[in-house]
Write a protein that binds this ligand. Structure first.
Ligand code: SF4
Ligand code: SF4
Ligand code: SF4
Length: 321
């Protein structure tokens, strides 16, 4: 795909020139959305994964919480450690953030000894709402399924963040030219070189493994069949949720306890298409979209400022995220 529109050009055009001019400047994927989406043809409610689609299977019952996958991810992606909460000593993020594309979190029941680890990252949805929602085509679903991000097209509008049902894309609040941060399956760094993602390569227990989605689904179901008492509801999270994802989960506790949302089986890209088809209709959409973005940017900024103040009051550390 040729890239002719810079972030600055796109932003200026959107603010200053109005919808028609912006539409003329929009890169091909966004123009295609503006003209053809809205009837659901490209975004069936229940997408079918290509036979060669890649995936990751994370089995929480095998994860020891060693966190070896976290620095491996940071190193592969050139991300610094998030040492704010550890007083500058070690990587200690509170959740996915501008420095953290992959995190291991601990679920612990307060009234029993029940606990489990969970790996959080982009789910690489089969039909991603972030891709459908991005008006400039800066998020792309690659052939094998990795959802990647093109910084030269991103204007930092955060519409992808609003659209994502898993709350994955993170905004670089402290950057003068902020961008979105999320796992890209190590697409440029490793997949293109025929290497598996850094996190699956680093995992010493096999708790997270990489392969074809069909194979990993079969593996997950074999594990469930072998020890059904071990797995919650005897099912694989991500097989059907939100139309299916390319990161799959097995767990001994409820997926919601792990912080994975309860979602229906319909694709969020399908629903996002219905919204964007209205917004972009008759080329007037971008103006309206700019207003919607403005609303969300303002609302999120106010929320972020409140969280930052609360964080500083609680910890005494300035929030640098
Ligand atoms: S989890 Fe969110 S950011 Fe990742 S592909 Fe799905 S919609 Fe996009
Ligand atoms: S695939 Fe790459 S970017 Fe994504 S979580 Fe794993 S190491 Fe990080
Ligand atoms: S490296 Fe593997 S075992 Fe260790 S925390 Fe990550 S997923 Fe779990």
């Amino acid at each position: 795909m040729s890239v002719t529109l810079s972030r600055r050009q796109a932003f200026k055009a959107m603010i200053g020139l109005g919808g028609t001019a912006v539409s003329a400047l929009l890169p091909a994927p966004a123009q295609a959305r503006a003209s053809s989406q809205g009837h659901g043809e490209e975004h069936p409610e229940h997408p079918v994964a290509p036979t060669n689609a890649i995936a990751m299977l994370y089995d929480s019952t095998v994860c020891t919480g060693c966190k070896a996958c976290m620095p491996a991810c940071n190193e592969a992606n050139g991300l610094p450690s998030d040492t704010l909460l550890s007083g500058g000593i070690w990587d200690m993020p509170m959740g996915l953030n501008a420095k953290t594309k992959n995190i291991i979190e601990l679920y612990q029941d307060q009234h029993s000894d029940e606990f489990a680890f969970v790996k959080k990252q982009c789910m690489h949805c089969l039909d991603p709402a972030c891709v459908t929602g991005c008006p400039f085509g800066s998020l792309v679903k690659q052939d094998l399924g990795a959802v990647t991000w093109n910084s030269s097209l991103c204007i930092g509008c955060r519409y992808c963040e609003v659209a994502c049902p898993f709350e994955v894309p993170q905004f670089q609040w402290q950057n003068w030219n902020p961008k979105i941060v999320k796992c890209e399956f190590c697409y440029d760094q490793r997949l293109k070189e025929d290497m598996q993602p850094a996190c699956t390569a680093a995992c010493p227990t096999g708790a997270v493994i990489f392969g074809k989605r069909t194979d990993l689904l079969a593996t997950a179901k074999e594990r469930i069949a072998a020890t059904p008492q071990k797995y919650f509801e005897n099912r694989v999270y991500g097989e059907h949720e939100a139309g299916g994802t390319q990161v799959l989960y097995l767990s001994s506790v409820s997926f919601q306890k792990l912080g994975l949302p309860k979602l229906g089986t319909a694709s969020f890209g399908h629903y996002a298409t219905k919204v964007t088809s209205v917004l972009y209709k008759w080329l007037a959409g971008p103006v309206l979209v700019a207003g919607v973005f403005g609303f969300f940017i303002r609302r999120n900024w106010e929320r972020h400022e409140a969280e930052r103040r609360e964080h500083e009051e609680k910890t005494g550390f300035p929030d640098q995220l």
